[in-house]
Design a protein around this ligand. Structure first.
Ligand code: UN1
Length: 505
């Protein structure tokens, strides 16, 4: 057993995953840190996935009757368990997806934050009381639990995405069926064990089957998407995946929350605070090796500050440390796999062919043939063409010069996948126009802060091609419930429409 494999099984044992679950299975799990296999887990068949979903539905039938604040208590305990195991789970995230330690821990912190948010929410699942036109009546809205909710998550936020959905779904009275990425089953098994501990402490009114984790491939994802007892699927991943999932759900009138690609941009205006802007861009574009849906991928810089900003940015790109996130102080860890590396090289070649000038982008050799580290790339482009219009899930920042504010707003919005956006300016009119109806068309529009690092308190997401998926904060909880309007007649009359009367004597 290699040292990473040994550390992994030690961490998983501490988190409560039985060692038997980690070997002998049909799915090999590798760590992108070195490319070595660290476990072999078993996948569920599509047929057994169907059975697990039936069990989750049975759990929902009981869970929906538990009062909201009591359901919140389970999520409070989940948050407590996450606090206790933050170090171990954060480290496991670093091992399984190659995040640097602060990002691995940061991800677990976002899980804790959403638990806190959901606990408060469990006492605030408010409906309106509505003025009725009928005398002696009362009309109100009641939010009811929805069912067993499907969650499909991507490799890049292997644990947080589940928690943003699950914490809300659970307080809303739903059970959860989770299909994690095939690349990250270990962190999912860890979350399952952490949840089981919270449920055990909670007591008997947490029914069996409240959380089902389905380790499996596309067939299992399809079983989840097609199952008649799943009224909502919240799926995070590529736009390609979203295009497959969305219509299938629509075909049976199930709800979808889709958090997909993000070809996110920043605009640097003449009055921008350049030191701050530089830091924000570096974090947004290079953080998590460019593998966030909120990663900054395009940058429009006003011609008056271009020569002050871009050379400094290039320097930052050239000096940033790339390397093993489990040892040392690297700021950028590996890409998830070879395919990601090849996708990046393809995009860089296409950018060069379109007249781009590339700094960085080469592979960094760490001595492990199957580990894919790269220097982040910054590409000065003459215009927004070719690969700039597409999201490549790697650290590439395309930089373009602009001169006119109206024109840059149009260019900013001219791509498909738009999730997050930023403007850097001290000019009030520019900032407000960016946030106005004619400004950024993304679900996240920021001023003087980068595109990534969204807090859970706001509704996360809003990828524009999907009409704006929503999970986590604000009123995102409403997607996990169904609304009923209730009218109660406390009069002795039954006012019908004018002129209508039924002779019943
Ligand atoms: C994602 O990449 O799927 O805003 C989510 C951020 C994180 C979430 C990213 N809080 O960067």
């Amino acid at each position: 057993m290699t040292s990473i494999a040994k550390e992994t099984s030690g961490l998983l044992a501490k988190l409560g995953v039985s060692p038997g679950a980690l070997s002998g299975g049909d799915l090999g799990v590798t760590s992108p840190v070195t490319g070595e296999e660290i476990a072999r887990v078993s996948q569920i068949s599509a047929k057994d996935a169907g059975k697990a979903i039936d069990e989750a539905h049975a759990a929902f039938l009981k869970w929906r009757l538990v009062p909201g604040p009591r359901r919140g208590e389970l999520v409070r305990l989940l948050g407590e368990e996450l606090r206790t195991h933050k170090e171990e789970l954060g480290r496991l995230v670093s091992i399984e997806v190659g995040k640097i330690p602060s990002e691995g821990l940061g991800e677990v912190q976002e899980m804790i934050d959403i638990c806190d948010f959901a606990v408060g929410l469990s006492r605030q699942l408010y409906g309106l009381t509505i003025a009725t036109e009928r005398p002696g009546h009362r009309m109100m809205e009641t939010w009811q639990p929805l069912g067993a909710v499907g969650v499909i998550s991507a490799f890049n936020f292997p644990v947080a995405v589940w928690s943003w959905n699950a914490a809300l779904a659970l307080v809303c009275g739903d059970s959860v069926v989770w299909k994690p990425s095939e690349k990250t089953p270990l962190t999912a098994l860890a979350c399952e064990a952490i949840f089981a501990r919270a449920a055990e402490r909670f007591g008997d009114d947490a029914p069996e089957g409240l959380l089902k984790v389905l380790i499996g491939g596309a067939d299992v994802g399809e079983a989840l998407v097609d199952h008649a007892k799943i009224p909502l699927v919240s799926a995070t991943g590529s736009t390609r995946m979203g295009r497959a999932v969305g219509p299938r759900l629509a075909g049976r009138f199930a709800r979808a929350i889709l958090e997909l690609g993000g070809n996110n941009a920043g605009i640097v205006c003449p009055s921008a605070d350049l030191d701050m802007t530089l830091r924000a861009i570096a974090f947004g574009a290079m953080g998590t090796a460019g593998q966030r849906c909120t990663t900054m991928r395009r940058l429009f810089v006003h011609e008056s500050v271009y020569d002050q900003l871009v050379p400094r940015l290039k320097k930052a790109y050239e000096s940033v440390s790339v390397g093993n996130p489990l040892e040392g102080k690297a700021l950028i860890g590996p890409l998830i796999d070879k395919q990601a590396f090849e996708g990046m090289q393809k995009a860089l070649d296409a950018a060069k062919a379109a007249g781009g000038s590339v700094t960085g982008g080469a592979r960094v050799d760490t001595g492990d043939a199957d580990a894919w580290y790269v220097r982040p790339a910054i590409v000065e482009m003459p215009s927004q063409t070719g690969p700039v219009l597409e999201e490549t899930f790697a650290p590439i920042l395309y930089v373009m010069k602009y001169s006119d504010f109206d024109e840059v707003l149009v260019s900013h919005n001219a791509v498909g996948a738009g999730l997050s956006s930023s403007i850097f300016t001290r000019d009030l009119q520019e900032a407000e126009r960016f946030l106005s109806p004619e400004g950024s068309d993304c679900g996240i529009a920021n001023v003087n802060i980068g595109t990534s690092g969204a807090e859970i308190g706001g509704a996360f997401g809003g990828e524009k091609e999907t009409g704006g998926g929503r999970e986590s904060g604000s009123d995102a909880w409403k997607a996990y419930m169904r609304r009923a309007t209730n009218t109660i007649n406390y009069s002795k009359a039954l006012p019908l429409a004018q002129g209508v009367s039924f002779d019943i004597d």
